[in-house]
Design a protein. Structure first.
Length: 290
């Protein structure tokens, strides 16, 4: 969701200039994330400590639907209400739902969750929020609202990112080793100003909102590029967005090396590398309303 800070992507990578990689670029990243991490998202849904299969699910900050479709797959009798601030993301989600033949099992609601009054989201027995809570200006209020929304005994699943994935070996590129980490350090400094809750420990905040923590699960993701062709495209899209955000803070030599990686016609293009690995960490909390 990008409602609170419109120049920040779903995964905390700042957007490029207004005429650069905007919503379309972000939607592309979200779709690639869903494609590359499909089995990891499925493993999270399988891990959830559910007493019965949920029938009504709300996906808060659904983006283009990675969680929505994983939940529909996992719980074939469930209906998902997908909530996001972005009309473009919700339209993309609808297109995917139609292509998958599950459009009747999905409702779409455009809403800014930082607003004091929420639209009617029913009485779900599972609420899912993946990489979205850190975009809230007032997360404590959002957590209390989710607590009140859930049916008694319902479960709230919160997924948080350690940061944007890494792809290159530390020794790369050969002319500027460590370039990727320097780029991320520059974005992290900017992100910290806009997204103070990214990477947060949501456990204490969930407890303060009245939830009982039933499980916490850390997931380390490490997927070799040779296993998934989408990883190169993900790396390209992510670094393009980073360039748009921090080009003015990088050393000239780093910017030159970054532009070589981003030049898809160059022999140095990141798409031509055979040593990419997607590395990231996510933490999941399962919190129950008493």
């Amino acid at each position: 969701m990008t409602h609170a800070h419109p120049h920040t992507s779903h995964h905390g990578v700042p957007d490029g200039p207004q005429h650069g990689h905007g919503t379309d670029g972000q939607a592309e990243i979200l779709d690639l994330d869903a494609e590359v991490l499909a089995e990891h998202i499925a493993s999270i849904t399988a891990w959830l400590p559910l007493e019965t299969n949920p029938r009504q699910i709300v996906d808060l900050g659904c983006g283009t639907g990675a969680g929505t479709f994983a939940l529909l797959d996992r719980f074939p009798d469930a209906h998902v209400t997908a909530v996001d601030a972005s009309a473009e993301h919700l339209q993309r989600l609808r297109t995917t739902a139609c292509a998958r033949g599950v459009e009747e099992r999905v409702s779409r609601v455009q809403a800014n969750l930082d607003d004091a009054a929420w639209p009617d989201l029913g009485s779900p027995d599972l609420v899912w929020a993946s990489a979205s809570l850190h975009h809230m200006a007032h997360p404590a209020r959002v957590l209390r609202a989710v607590h009140d929304l859930l049916t008694p005994g319902g479960l709230f699943a919160v997924v948080e990112l350690a940061g944007f994935p890494r792809f290159l070996p530390e020794s790369a590129p050969e002319n500027r080793p460590g370039l990727e980490e320097r780029c991320h350090a520059a974005t992290d400094r900017r992100t910290a100003e806009h997204l103070p809750y990214r990477g947060a420990d949501w456990g204490p905040m969930l407890t303060a909102a009245g939830f009982t923590i039933e499980g916490e699960h850390a997931i380390a993701v490490n997927i070799a590029g040779s296993r998934n062709a989408a990883i190169g495209r993900y790396a390209l899209g992510g670094l393009q967005r980073i360039r748009g955000a921090v080009a003015d803070t990088l050393a000239p030599e780093d910017l030159t090396a970054l532009d070589q990686l981003l030049d898809t016609g160059s022999p140095h293009s990141i798409l031509r590398r055979d040593d990419l690995t997607m590395r990231t960490e996510r933490t999941v909390w399962a919190a129950r309303r008493a």
